[in-house]
Write a protein that binds this ligand. Structure first.
Ligand code: MN
Length: 220
């Protein structure tokens, strides 16, 4: 269990140049039919790999940034020289977002729901788990273009935070607890243009144990 707790998301968040693609913690078909195997393979092996490659490319000649972790780069973006800033924001954000995404998912089921302190915080801040999901899905459906919907703890209170492109809440000094990728590449093979159907089905594969761990970190 200890190994699972110090999973690759934390390793990625604390890693430095040259960045590496973390292995998917399960098979490509593990989340089917909610997320099909073809989508998983393309998403991990091609899309995520490309964020890693482009981040490394952008930092190749910036040796003064090689001692900074991915978390430090994103939370201190204004300290990154302008020539590399957009690449760090987009590709560094993409690397961190996807590294989180793989880990907060797992083979799930209809009864998949949070428990413990996170469930209590959801009830407290949204009324109920159902109301929380509805607000989250609504934010995902309304997000124009490409981006993510995150849940963050803002001064102890849970908030739904839609962000564009590959922006991560670290850019605003917040840590994500969960996040759903609403770029078309995340759902188009199975769901075509029906993003709301993907958002609704996605809850079946959320790894609430990992989410609880992420929540605890925001309270540390
Ligand atoms: Mn993606």
């Amino acid at each position: 269990m200890e190994n699972q707790k110090s999973g690759s998301f934390e390793q990625v968040a604390n890693s430095k140049y040259p960045f590496q693609l973390p292995p998917l913690p399960y098979g490509f078909d593990a989340l089917a039919p909610v997320i099909d195997a073809e989508t998983m393979q393309l998403h991990h092996d091609k899309h995520h790999q490309t964020y890693v490659d482009k981040l490394n490319e952008a930092l190749k000649d910036k040796s003064d940034l090689h001692d900074k972790t991915l978390t430090e780069l994103l939370s201190g973006l204004s300290d990154v020289p302008e020539a590399a800033r957009t690449a760090v924001r987009n590709h560094g954000g993409g690397h961190l977002n996807h590294s989180m995404f793989w880990e907060i998912l797992k083979s799930g089921g209809e009864d998949n729901k949070p428990s413990g302190a996170l469930a209590e915080a959801i009830d407290r801040d949204f009324g109920s788990f159902d109301e929380f999901k509805e607000k989250f899905n609504d934010a995902g459906a309304k997000l124009f273009g490409s981006g993510w919907v995150f849940v963050v703890a803002d001064g102890g209170k849970l908030k739904i935070k839609p962000m564009s492109n590959q922006d991560n809440p670290l850019l605003e000094g917040q840590r994500a607890i969960i996040g759903n990728d609403v770029w078309e590449h995340a759902y188009y093979v199975s769901y075509r243009n029906r993003r709301p159907d993907y958002l609704k089905a996605w809850w079946k594969v959320v790894n609430w144990d990992k989410a609880a761990e992420m929540f605890e970190k925001t309270r540390a």
